[in-house]
Design a protein around this ligand. Structure first.
Ligand code: ADP
Length: 244
């Protein structure tokens, strides 16, 4: 149920492509309500791990969200269990308004009932999402005319109206201004109050300011885990990033 906070439990997950092992026995625990940042050099396996969690690639091992096993289920079933994901590429409809984008996302969840209800005003969950992402005053603005940061927040809003309880975000602050990064950090804090959040992010300045816990991947494995200060002080992490 939507009221219950669930954590993510990844156990010994492996993904291979034609004999190449991209994710090589990853285990990690993201407690309910946590924001876990996933970092690591290019090719470390971050995207492939998120692909495994969301059902886009076949994997072995176990991925549990709450008491539900995700591995082996099709993408749409995993999505219906409350797993929501953003990509680096935009999925918003630029020629539609902000609220229409949220309506479509909510409709995809609710079988289009909300589009009919829209005639009687903005549905509650859409109004709540608008408030959370700070776009209430821009509900009727064409999404294509939003600033870069606002588009990213709309992507997150589309997951909120779909009742996503685990958010998997791919580089949400890429290309953002300093102010937009700060607002995104605050947004992540807000959404994690009743959701669990996993964020792939490279921006170390952003991590130092907003990350509570970090998992470092390298060559398909967990290299280090802890606070930003802890992983930065880890010689194994320094070696990988400095390229010794
Ligand atoms: P990251 O997101 O950390 O940069 P990826 O998960 O994208 O890393 O990639 C991990 C490794 O798996 C890389 O070596 C990449 O080339 C490889 N890889 C990813 N997807 C595929 C695929 N569909 N087929 C073959 N190799 C892949």
């Amino acid at each position: 149920s939507g009221e219950l906070l669930d954590g993510l439990s990844v156990r010994d997950v492996r993904v291979s492509f034609d004999g190449f092992t991209a994710v090589d026995g990853v285990s990690l625990e993201v407690p309910a309500g946590d924001i876990r940042f996933l970092i690591g050099p290019n090719g470390a396996g971050k995207t492939t791990l998120v692909d495994a969690i969301t059902g886009l690639v076949r994997a072995t091992g176990s991925v549990r969200f709450g008491d539900q096993e995700l591995l082996g289920r099709p993408v749409h079933r995993i999505s219906r269990l409350g797993i929501g994901r953003t990509f680096q590429t935009s999925t918003i409809f630029e020629e539609l308004s902000v609220v229409q984008n949220l309506d479509i996302a909510a409709g995809a969840r609710r079988g289009w009932v909300t589009l009919a209800r829209r005639r009687r005003g903005i549905p509650d969950e859409v109004a709540a999402a608008l408030e959370t992402i700070g776009l209430t005053g821009r509900a009727d603005q064409l999404a294509g005319t939003l600033a870069h940061g606002q588009k990213q927040w709309l992507e997150i809003g589309m997951l909120l109206v779909q009742d996503a309880r685990l958010l998997l975000l791919d580089e949400p602050v890429a290309g953002m201004s300093h102010e937009e990064r700060d607002a995104t950090g605050a947004l992540l804090e807000t959404v994690s109050r009743d959701r669990t959040v996993v964020v792939i992010e490279h921006d170390m300045d952003f991590l130092r300011r907003f990350a509570r816990s970090v998992t470092v991947l390298h060559a398909g494995r967990v290299l280090s885990e802890g606070t930003v200060a802890q992983v930065q002080a880890d010689p194994r992490v320094q070696e990988v990033y400095l390229g010794h």
